[in-house]
Design a protein. Structure first.
Length: 518
């Protein structure tokens, strides 16, 4: 038994961290990349960078397409083109209940056949439901990992009685102490972020592990809860009768009278071209944690402003607040960058903790006998901490080398897992002295060359014609350059840590042999 609460918490912290540490690292890294998924989407669809957006034109072209191709639909939804996503994304529910989706040129209203890349959405979906698993099973697995993460955080806080003193201690390149100090510093700097992001991630998926309340209230369709928490149901007592709606220009004029000049994010229409048509306009800008962008709903036949359709109850506000904190849609550029670096610190915290666990066991082992557990941990560390960034590089390179269409396999995702698998196989067969160096060198080369290759690709295909047009791509390339620099830093400085650790192990073995001889 462990003596005292702190010793017990230290044991719990070590083993819970090891249990799912590699999965948690992957979740953290993918979630961190998702803060810039819109920028990644644009980087991976470079043809969109040439589009110029005029909101009035974009709205009119989308409405014109829907009036031509879906005049009898039950509902329309227009995701209006923005600089981050310069195309109109439209959806409609057909009379038979099915759904259609199209991507339109925001100026001409013509259908676009874009690359079928997943872009940054792949990282986003991987973050909260993994990949290759049924959706609910993947989300349950992520929830379990988040619960383990929360236990590790709380037990770590209890364990470190000198947590703030340790924050100002950083002994670089000194074996076990270096990993301990990196672990402590990265933990304390962004500790509030780690607690918030872990708890809100758990809270978002409450319905998976606490489903009984929803099943009791909505026995036929538990997911009706989400419909009701988003919107107040507007009762329609009259029979639907076909009726021409006002031109969109008149509805937009009414919206402008109410709000002034405002950019719009979306327009949703219930029962278009009928006497009960409702047009809901949502503003683009959102500085609220609850994702509560201003909305206005107009009747289609006379532009009368109806009652608000958004649910503003306390439960709905709490739900939106939890979701908004986790997604950080409210974050402006500097805050989003701070959250991004907090996510990277989380990756450093997890990685240094697992490396510390491995190194401590090596130092505690007074023989040079092969230990399967230590061997597996070392190899999984490499395949996760270096192999996963390598897989991401493979994903981006494939995007520049292969144009993905809807009727072909998604080679970007295939290559992501091929690169990751090759990293794992290489880790198991590489001699220990080359374990880190070989994969770090590969990562440095791939990350450093990608911005150069990207620039050559963009010029060759005439996607850029000025420094201003290049910025949409260079801001993503900057992260590749930063990754190469960081990997080089690790490559140059991990050798002193390994050397010091090896010297300690040899010294312990010599002391043990001398003790046995005497």
């Amino acid at each position: 038994m462990h003596k005292g609460i702190r010793q017990s918490m230290a044991w719990l912290h070590s083993w819970t961290g090891l249990l799912l540490g590699w999965v948690i690292f992957a979740i953290f890294l993918m979630g961190t990349a998702s803060y810039y998924r819109q920028e990644i989407n644009l980087w991976m669809q470079p043809q969109l960078a040439k589009y110029e957006i005029q909101q009035q034109t974009a709205i009119q072209s989308a409405i014109g397409y829907l009036q031509t191709h879906a005049p009898d639909a039950k509902s329309w939804f227009i995701g209006i083109a923005t600089p981050e996503s310069p195309v109109n994304n439209i959806y409609w529910q057909k009379a038979d209940g099915g759904y259609e989706r199209k991507t339109l040129d925001a100026t001409t209203g013509k259908e676009l056949s874009l690359s079928a890349t997943e872009g940054g959405e792949f990282f986003y979906h991987f973050h909260y439901q993994l990949f290759g698993l049924p959706v609910d099973i993947g989300r349950v697995a992520v929830s379990i990992a988040a619960f383990i993460m929360l236990i590790a955080l709380i037990s770590g806080i209890i364990t470190h009685k000198k947590i703030f003193t340790d924050f100002f201690t950083l002994r670089t390149f000194k074996s076990q102490r270096s990993w301990l100090d990196f672990h402590n510093v990265s933990s304390v700097i962004a500790l509030p972020f780690f607690l918030m992001i872990t708890f809100t991630g758990l809270a978002i998926f409450f319905y998976l592990y606490l489903p009984w309340g929803m099943k009791a209230l909505y026995p036929e369709n538990p997911y009706q809860y989400f419909t009701e928490i988003r919107t107040n149901v507007v009762e329609q007592n009259n029979t639907l009768v076909p009726q021409a709606n006002l031109p969109m220009s008149e509805l937009l004029q009414k919206v402008e009278q109410h709000w002034g000049k405002q950019e719009l994010r979306s327009i949703s229409v219930q029962n278009p071209n009928t006497n009960q048509a409702l047009y809901t306009f949502t503003q683009l800008q959102d500085h609220s944690i609850t994702g509560n962008q201003p909305q206005i709903t107009l009747r289609g036949h006379d532009a009368f402003i109806t009652a608000a359709t958004r649910n503003h109850s306390a439960v709905a506000t709490l739900s939106f607040g939890v979701y908004g904190l986790h997604m950080a849609t409210f974050a402006q550029p500097l805050l989003r960058l701070a959250l991004f670096f907090s996510g990277l610190l989380g990756c450093c915290m997890i990685a240094s903790g697992l490396l510390l666990w491995s190194l401590k066991r090596q130092l505690q082992n007074k023989t040079q006998q092969f230990h399967l557990g230590h061997y597996l941990v070392d190899r999984l560390n490499i395949a996760t901490f270096v192999g996963l960034p390598l897989a991401m590089m493979g994903y981006f390179y494939t995007n520049r080398l292969v144009y993905i269409t809807a009727d072909m396999p998604n080679y970007e995702i295939y290559n992501f897992f091929i690169f990751w698998g090759l990293s794992l196989v290489a880790a198991f067969f590489t001699p220990k002295q080359w374990l880190w160096r070989s994969q770090l060198i590969c990562l440095i080369i791939l990350a450093a060359c990608l911005p150069v290759f990207d620039l050559f690709y963009l010029i060759q295909h005439q996607y850029i014609d000025s420094l201003r047009s290049y910025w949409a791509f260079f801001r993503v390339d900057l992260f590749f350059i930063s990754l190469a620099v960081f990997a080089y830093f690790i490559l140059k400085n991990i050798h002193p840590i390994q050397t010091t650790a090896k010297q300690k192990i040899i010294k312990k073995l010599s002391s043990a042999q001398q003790g046995n001889a005497s």
